[in-house]
Design a protein around this ligand. Structure first.
Ligand code: NAP
Length: 647
């Protein structure tokens, strides 16, 4: 009888069936459940079912997690949920367009998607904390919104793989002026991300001669390269055509990359720095003074102990030699663009043209009540409105000279104060009309998910989401993996060493057993947390949201294996009815949860085959360009949807 009633309800009210897939144990513990609910719970768990995992985010971490789960488990199913109608996250919108070899990893991901136990649901946004209205204004009004708890109610497990979609701040005056952008926005813009097409409206590259980039990481190098590279070379890539047109008109002649610490502490990898030195018509320089001040006793020890550091210092010394050997006037005769790499300078102020400073953020608030809730400086929409109305040029950045203090590998930058000397002597001003803040990305919190706000990551133990107290308890166990994952100093050196080491730790035979070094069943330390989450499926985390914004596509392989190892262990524990696995039981479900929900949104949710329509259009139109491009990227969500649904 209940069965008939259940199917009847499911046709009329998808939610009734959706809500039925709460695991049996949780259901039976619950007081006050209706006979219908009790029946549905029993159906879910008694009839075999299979683990059905939702992965939020379709970047490299999400796809590698899917790949290893599908490889290691014979029946497990995966639904991948992506905010945009198109997959691949950072591979599509983060990796530089002229690094096609890195983007080739999408062919591996496309193979994963061919598995009939894998499904893709694009254009579905999972609610972040406090951002319903923000999302509504983001420019994707048709995106379906889901809550992570809703997914936990209906899937066997949920994997958070949504990366880092905000910026760290440098906390100096005028940071939000027009002419100041996060490198993340700039990268998204030249890669054609639909949310960042506005950048070209606020920055007129034809009026920009000097650019300063704050931060000594690979993203800074990517930005410097794109700003100085011959546009005819960029034309052959999948760079956004909107950005390409702006770059063709660019007047940029000098890019200065500035680090607050020294040469040995930079986060550049040698391959990326070397590539910069090989750009035709671009001179790269490092001053002898910066280099020698960088080489404290501790820095020398760092170089002795780390091969990637000693190798990059060697390359930097050769850059110093070239910079000093060639007189800068002579240099400019054969190199028409320059990249200066500076060290030991901390940004403290941005000089803007005060005469043009309008009070527009406040006026905008008065004009549109919705704006009152926007954290203007940190949200995409807020930043857009703000930047459109701020002065069109900045004048310069003011930096304070620093020195290194501390033990090897722990050196920090301290402001220089020389006795008897005026502090203003320790200031450096660099003229610029565009300032890019390349000081790292930041993850944001999902509603109802534990979050370590100080590090902007989700607390975890080998990928199992826990509260911060539980993470501290297990921190000794995790230290090894985290240190290794964050120590990718060299793409061609350090990563390989690290990959070898971690591969040994997480060998595939271990994964077959569902065992990794942290596969010990967990019990949450916090009783309150335990109670509130006892009805929900376990959560896992992977990628930058787990480790912070560091690591390349290669590191996401190792990291995904870590989380997958935990998931397999948790599945094994429940199958063998092992005792006290705490919250991380992965149970089987019969559900097809999202399909029913998304039926309501058939016009806007994008399936894999519909994404392939977009892919086919982008490849075809790219191939007929002159010169041909691997993809001619579509820039708007509406256009993507139209093409996705057109066949
Ligand atoms: P990153 O490597 O962490 O570099 C961030 C830089 O910002 C560091 O030099 C850091 O200096 C500096 N910084 C942080 N806060 C600052 C502040 N308040 N003031 C001044 N400077 C500050 O980050 P990223 O460049 O965004 O790259 C993210 C990850 O992506 C990295 O793992 C990178 O290797 C990877 N990536 C790889 C490639 C590639 O392989 N081609 C390309 C792009 C990105 P401190 O060290 O002093 O904190």
């Amino acid at each position: 009888m209940y069965q008939d009633r259940a199917s009847g309800f499911s046709e009329m009210l998808p939610y009734v069936l959706l809500r039925s897939h709460v695991a049996r144990n949780s259901c039976l513990k619950t007081h006050g459940v209706s006979p219908l609910q009790r029946y549905l719970c029993n159906v879910s768990s008694n009839s075999g079912g299979y683990p059905h995992v939702a992965i939020i985010g379709s970047g490299p971490s999400g796809f590698y997690t899917a790949k290893y789960l599908l490889e290691k488990h014979p029946t497990l199913r995966i639904d991948m949920i992506e905010k945009l109608p198109v997959p691949f996250g950072l591979v599509r919108y983060g990796v530089a367009p002229d690094h096609a070899e890195v983007k080739n990893v999408t062919s591996t991901f496309k193979d994963v998607a061919l598995n009939n136990r894998f499904r893709f649901f694009g254009n579905i946004e999972i609610l972040k904390e406090h951002d319903e209205r923000n999302v509504r204004m983001r420019g994707a009004p048709d995106a379906t919104l889901l809550d992570v708890k809703m997914l936990q109610n209906h899937y066997s497990a949920v994997v958070l793989a949504y990366g880092a979609e905000e910026d760290r701040s440098i906390n100096i005056p005028n940071e939000n002026s027009s002419g100041v952008l996060s490198a993340r926005s700039f990268v998204n813009w030249y890669n054609g991300h639909p949310d960042f097409t506005y950048i070209g409206e606020s920055i007129d590259l034809s009026k920009v001669h000097e650019v300063v980039i704050i931060g000594n990481g690979n993203v800074a190098i990517d930005c410097a390269r794109i700003l100085t590279k011959d546009v005819h070379e960029l034309e052959k890539t999948d760079i956004s055509t909107i950005a390409l047109e702006k770059l063709k008109k660019s007047s940029v002649k000098r890019v200065t990359i500035v680090g607050r610490r020294g040469a040995a502490q930079s986060s550049f990898t040698i391959k990326e720095l070397r590539e910069l030195t090989r750009l035709p018509n671009v001179s790269v320089s490092i001053s002898e003074e910066d280099m020698s001040k960088s080489m404290t006793d501790s820095s020398k020890l760092e170089a002795e102990e780390s091969r990637p550091i000693s190798r990059i210092l060697e390359l930097m010394r050769s850059i110093v030699k070239q910079s000093t050997a060639v007189d800068s006037n002579a240099k400019s005769s054969h190199a028409n663009k320059a990249i200066d790499i500076r060290f030991l300078l901390r940004p403290i102020d941005i000089k803007v043209d005060l005469a043009q400073l309008p009070e527009l953020p406040l006026q905008a608030r008065a004009a549109d009540k919705d704006l009152e809730i926007l954290p203007i400086a940190s949200s995409t929409v807020g930043a857009r409105l703000y930047s459109l109305h701020r002065p069109k040029t900045i004048k310069s950045i003011i930096l304070k000279k620093t020195e290194l203090i501390g033990k090897p590998f722990e050196q920090q930058a301290r402001d220089i104060h020389e006795k008897g000397k005026d502090d203003s002597m320790e200031l450096v001003s660099i003229s610029c009309q565009l300032l890019l803040k390349s000081v790292g990305y930041r993850s944001i919190r999902l509603r109802g998910v534990p979050f370590d706000a100080s590090r902007s990551v989700v607390p975890h133990v080998h990928g199992r989401v826990v509260d911060s107290a539980t993470q501290s308890e297990f921190s000794k166990t995790t230290a090894t993996t985290e240190t290794l994952v964050s120590s990718d100093r060299s793409t061609d050196g350090g990563i390989r060493e690290m990959t070898d080491l971690l591969s040994k730790m997480l060998s595939s035979s271990d994964m077959d057993q569902g065992v990794n070094s942290g596969s010990k069943p967990l019990v949450a330390a916090n009783d309150e947390n335990k109670q509130s989450t006892s009805m929900l499926s376990p959560l896992y985390v992977v990628g930058w949201l787990k480790n912070g914004p560091t690591g390349t596509v290669a590191t996401s392989v190792i990291d995904a294996k870590d989380t997958v190892g935990s998931m397999l262990a948790d599945m094994k524990a429940v199958n063998t009815d092992s005792a006290s696995v705490g919250e991380h039981h992965i149970r089987n479900v019969l559900s097809d949860p999202i399909e029913q929900l998304t039926m309501l949104k058939a016009k806007t949710v994008v399936s894999w085959s519909e994404y392939l329509n977009i892919d086919e259009t982008e490849s075809r139109t790219g191939s007929i360009q002159e010169p041909p491009k691997p993809l001619l990227k579509i820039h708007s969500v509406q256009d993507m949807l139209q093409i996705a649904k057109s066949k």
